[in-house]
Design a protein. Structure first.
Length: 161
């Protein structure tokens, strides 16, 4: 038996096994990341869809001043939402969003409203800081038909980090 040929064949088989193991593990990690991102996107879109379907929230977002709304939300701690109606609709929206989030994101989310005509105002909130991964989703909210013809669409953007 030729020992050199046997060793080279063994090396080739080992190399093929290593290549297949690398491909398997590299492909598996990217699928897990893709599922995680799709889960976050689905969560954000369902929350934003629910806010968009609520007439009271829509009226609040459309009729509030953008800077005033964002300032109230930024200064409000949603942990104060103990099943009581807040004195401001921006706080109600914040309480609803926090109540819809899983426990791990209760302290790691932000949202703002901005005008579709000024997309530069839809920037990352300062509360996010230096987070490595930030996931965002947005929806356009417009007034309902009950709003006497006033059309003032707003973009509601939500970040999870």
């Amino acid at each position: 038996m030729n020992k050199r040929g046997f060793i080279r064949t063994l090396e080739a088989v080992a190399a093929i096994i290593i290549v297949f193991l690398f491909i398997y593990y590299a492909g598996r990690n990217s699928q897990e990341d893709t599922r995680f991102v799709q889960g976050i996107r689905s969560l954000q879109e369902s929350i934003l869809d629910d806010v968009g379907k609520n007439d009271d929230f829509r009226e609040c977002i459309v009729n509030s001043g953008i800077a005033d709304f964002n300032q109230i939300v930024e200064g409000f701690k949603a942990s104060n939402c103990i099943n009581i109606k807040q004195d401001n609709c921006a706080k109600d929206v914040d309480c609803y969003i926090e109540g819809s989030l899983p426990l791990r994101y209760k302290e790691r989310y932000a949202f703002t409203i901005c005008s579709p005509s000024d997309l530069g105002s839809c920037s990352l909130p300062g509360s996010i800081g230096g987070s490595k991964e930030v996931y965002t989703s947005a929806v356009i909210i417009s007034s309902s038909l009950k709003n006497e013809g006033k059309y003032g669409p707003r973009i509601l953007r939500m970040w999870l980090y």
